[in-house]
Design a protein around this ligand. Structure first.
Ligand code: SF4
Length: 567
């Protein structure tokens, strides 16, 4: 019997090899005044440039309206006031007049037509930010703890995030040629066809790669969901180094138990000066060992799951030429943001503003987009920081500006105290419909109303005022990190969701499927028995996620729902 044929590389691998500058035919499409979309292959290339081609799914019955989603690359989520004004202008001029904060400290523009794409990306670059590698099979936006309340070492951690973003950026000149210079690389030019990226080679990574830095005890980066995580070990204001976390990731597919969310393993300790070397070692392990034949099995987490943490540690040590030290003690207590005004460690003030589902917009009585723009214009010395919980932090605020900013925001219906109810304040949703092509069910448009209903239900049961971390996504890819939530709704079909229970407040435990499919209309009926049981059987102070993890699994096992992960 002959040996089975080796699996073939995916089409994405074939096209990356053919055009390693990632230029595709993007420039030709941009030069065509009649074009309204990119070709199939170019839809893969544009991701590396920070662009997804989408269409308005609300309009599909009458025909496809193509539009682009553009994601910024904003290391650590830090922006100047001037950059904020630029992004605000671009959203108004070319997008749908909203700024969508992502769960990776970035901003997405939605609804941009091809005709506005070139100007939008050029202006982002002129503001000294970029979109290069915000999507695609490369290292994405590096996240870093934004809150200045706990230690001056945050500045060092942020600086490391910027250094990492530079060190892990692809070196192709095509991005600059297309979007800044407006010229077209000739496909047969040796500089084009023979290009080899010094870090990524000709084929980049098998799949996306996410990295972040976090400062315990606040796990506001959900660090274990990253391919690569650096957990800062801080004494007072001194950064001693980082524990290295490797192999996390959220994405899975319905009905495919070979795909699963996974928490990163913490495999060693490194001094701060080794951050870039270690990051490159982990990234190139993904490059060299990731599965290039199946994009659903291509994330680094599967390499780690199959080869183990000892192998990973040895491979990192071999590539860097030094040995990771033993993991240093650390503890996480929360993943949440500190809402409202607070004092920073340097004596300045910061203000964390709640942004419902990450969408900054103007609606009657709550003109948050205009309010933030005016803050940027009138207080140009302050810094805008994006949180990985889809909120915005105004930082480096002198005491003298506090009252003025509070009054300005109040004039637009934006509160600084009691900004949202406890369930809304802890919730996150991915965009899904109508923009995301992968959405199977509503998410961003659905979750606020659903939370209102759950709050009403909690009040009826006698659970008012209890925080529960609730997240929703329109599909199992997990952009809003649903598998870390205490209650998650993961879209399966219009109006139908998979129901997950059991994440925790510190972001250190995955949740599990409680019911494979529920109807959105039945949420009260589905939740009432289990919330009632939590109220009656909980241990003192026990959160819902902890209760679910302690008590519910036997029933779940009996229900024989396939479990993609165990933790
Ligand atoms: Fe789209 Fe799925 Fe991500 Fe939601 S989780 S934004 S539906 S890919």
């Amino acid at each position: 019997m002959s040996a089975p044929e080796p699996a073939k590389p995916t089409h994405n691998e074939v096209i990356k090899t053919a055009i390693p500058t990632l230029a595709g035919n993007i420039a030709a499409t941009m030069a065509d005044p009649a074009a309204d979309r990119f070709s199939e292959d170019d839809q893969q290339f544009i991701k590396f440039h920070g662009i997804y081609q989408q269409d308005d799914r609300d309009l599909r019955k009458t025909g496809k309206k193509y539009m682009m989603m553009i994601r910024g690359r904003i290391p650590g989520g830090v922006m100047t006031s001037a950059q904020w004004i630029t992004f605000d202008n671009l959203a108004t001029q070319y997008g749908n007049n909203t700024l969508r904060l992502t769960t990776r400290q970035s901003i997405q523009f939605h609804g941009v037509l091809l005709s506005g794409l070139g100007a939008l990306i050029k202006k982002i670059n002129e503001s000294l930010l970029s979109t290069l590698a915000a999507c695609g099979d490369v290292n994405r936006n590096i996240t870093a703890s934004p809150t200045p309340a706990h230690t001056r070492a945050r500045e060092l951690v942020y600086t490391d995030s910027v250094r990492l973003a530079e060190a892990l950026a692809p070196q192709t000149k095509a991005y600059h040629s297309i979007w800044i210079d407006g010229v077209q690389l000739k496909l047969d030019d040796p500089a084009h066809k023979d290009f080899v990226d010094p870090l990524y080679g000709r084929t980049y990574l098998p799949r996306k790669f996410k990295a972040g830095l976090v400062i315990p005890p606040v796990n506001d980066m959900d660090i274990f969901t990253n391919d690569l995580g650096f957990i800062a070990i801080v004494e007072g204001d001194q950064l001693l180094g980082y524990n290295l976390a490797v192999g996390g990731g959220m994405g899975r597919s319905h009905g495919n138990v070979q795909t699963f969310p996974r928490l990163a393993d913490v495999i060693g300790f490194l001094p701060p000066e080794k951050v870039i070397e270690v990051a490159k070692a982990v990234l190139t392990i993904h490059r060299d060992f990731g599965d290039r034949t199946n994009r659903k099995h291509a994330r680094l987490k599967y390499v780690l799951e199959e080869r183990g943490t000892d192998w990973m540690r040895d491979e990192v040590n071999r590539r860097t030429g030094f040995a990771l030290g033993p993991v240093r003690p650390y503890e996480f207590t929360t993943t949440g943001d500190l809402y409202g005004w607070h004092r920073a460690v340097d004596g300045s003030l910061f203000l964390t503003l709640f942004v419902e589902t990450g969408r900054i917009k103007d609606v009657p009585g709550h003109t948050q987009k205009t309010a933030l723009r005016q803050v940027a214009e009138q207080f140009p010395h302050i810094e805008f920081r994006l949180s990985a919980n889809q909120n915005v932090i105004l930082a480096n605020v002198p005491e003298r500006d506090r009252a003025g900013i509070t009054a300005l925001l109040a004039g637009h219906g934006v509160k600084v105290d009691n900004q949202a109810s406890i369930l809304h304040a802890a919730a996150m949703a991915c965009p899904s419909l109508p923009t995301c092509g992968l959405g199977l069910a509503e998410s961003e448009r659905m979750l606020p109303g659903l939370i209102d209903r759950i709050e009403k239900l909690g009040g009826e049961i006698g659970l008012g005022g209890e925080e529960i971390i609730i997240r929703s996504t329109g599909c199992p890819n997990g952009c809003a990190r649903p598998y870390m939530a205490e209650i998650a709704f993961v879209g399966k079909a219009p109006g139908r969701y998979q129901l997950w229970f059991g994440g925790n407040a510190s972001g250190t435990r995955l949740n599990r499927v409680f019911k494979d499919t529920i109807k959105e209309a039945d949420v009260e009926a589905e939740l009432r028995p289990v919330l009632t049981r939590w109220k009656n059987e909980r241990q003192p102070g026990e959160r819902f996620g902890d209760f679910a993890a302690r008590v519910l699994w036997p029933e779940q096992a009996a229900a024989a729902t396939p479990q993609p992960t165990a933790n």
